[in-house]
Design a protein around this ligand. Structure first.
Ligand code: BTN
Length: 334
């Protein structure tokens, strides 16, 4: 696991910090004395470490006479348990890494030398989590899921237009799908919504030959146990996966890895076409008047689903037009 970057004596302090979080993850009260004993450090050193958890966004409650606790506890990611829970065909096709702390799981994959094929990275926290259109992605420690998967495609960037839409389908499948949760929907090109509020986002990045072999990173963020306090920093209505499934972060991570890996294999064979109907079932803006804007232009029309490439079909005064993804924003017109 990647160590945290804190302290004058990083090795020990980082280990203590990680152990402290693990001890407090059960949500129960622990006295400063007991914590010190378990970590082999003084109570004053425990207190110092506890204060640092604040910087990580881990809220620790302190009650006189009872000790310290993380209210509600944390379910930390367990890499070995996740690998053991993956079906053999999925486990064979991926190399799973779980980091405590990284700037962005997408950037971590991009920093790997050699092939990205099947690299899967999850992190407890992102210090510079990135969203689309230059936005940041709120990524506190031990909450939510931040996942990136590396893949290679031969056939050029154009083939990939529908990829982020197919990722949306995979995420919805992982969450139980429409049959279980009627409120799940997808907003073109790649917002995952629950009852109209943002539940997750997708950031697909690619490098390589735009007309040949491309290396792609599929980045997925799903809110799961975000917590109201952290959620206050999100600048739009948001939803939490725990509203629809309480099976836990590790279980949901396994579901996501499984569905994304299966989707990538099928997308490699057949492109977006096999996902199109399912995407349209989730379409949040179907038949609604919408406004599609880029930094320079804006178009209005009625959204009529997507084509086999994943482009939005827009009915305008001039007839049917297609809008391609990229740095566009789609809003329901008022
Ligand atoms: C969006 O703006 O809707 C896209 C958000 C994508 C967030 C995920 S979290 C994992 C991966 N790493 C990042 O830095 N971003 C993506």
């Amino acid at each position: 696991m990647a160590p945290f970057n804190y302290g004058a004596n990083p090795m020990n302090e980082n280990m203590n910090e990680r152990m402290l979080i693990s001890l407090l993850a059960d949500g129960q009260f622990h006295s400063g004395e007991k914590l010190g004993e378990r970590l082999g450090i003084s109570r004053a050193a425990v207190w110092k470490q506890l204060r640092k958890l604040d910087d990580l966004g881990v809220a620790v409650e302190s009650v006189k006479g009872r000790g310290y606790r993380i209210p509600g506890g944390l379910e930390l990611l367990d890499r070995d348990a996740m690998v053991a829970a993956l079906a053999p065909n999925i486990a064979r096709g991926c190399v799973l890494t779980v980091l405590d702390d990284t700037s962005s799981t997408n950037d971590w994959i991009k920093s790997r030398t050699g092939s990205w094929q099947g690299l899967v990275c999850l992190a407890e926290r992102q210090t510079s989590g990135r969203g689309r259109r230059g936005r940041s992605w709120v990524s506190p420690f031990g909450r939510n899921l931040y996942l990136s998967v590396g893949w290679e495609f031969d056939g050029g960037a154009a083939l990939l237009e529908g990829l982020s839409l197919a990722v949306g389908v995979a995420v919805c499948r992982a969450l139980g799908g429409r049959r279980e949760h009627a409120g799940l929907s997808l907003k073109w090109p790649n917002d995952i919504l629950l009852s109209g509020r943002k539940l997750g986002g997708i950031l697909v990045e690619l490098q390589g030959d735009p007309s040949g072999l491309c290396q792609v990173v599929v980045g997925i963020g799903v809110n799961y146990g975000m917590g109201e306090t952290t959620g206050e920093t999100i600048d739009q209505p948001w939803a939490d996966g725990r509203e629809i499934t309480t099976t836990g972060r590790n279980h949901l991570a396994v579901r996501l890895v499984t569905e994304v890996m299966s989707m990538l294999a099928e997308f490699t064979r057949s492109g977006f076409t096999p996902f199109r109907d399912e995407w349209c079932d989730y379409d949040a803006t179907r038949d609604l008047a919408v406004r599609v804007s880029t930094a320079a232009t804006a178009r209005e029309g009625v959204a009529r689903g997507v084509d086999d490439q994943g482009a939005l079909i827009l009915e305008t005064d001039k007839g049917l037009e297609t809008v391609h993804g990229g740095e566009v924003s789609l809003r329901v017109a008022r």
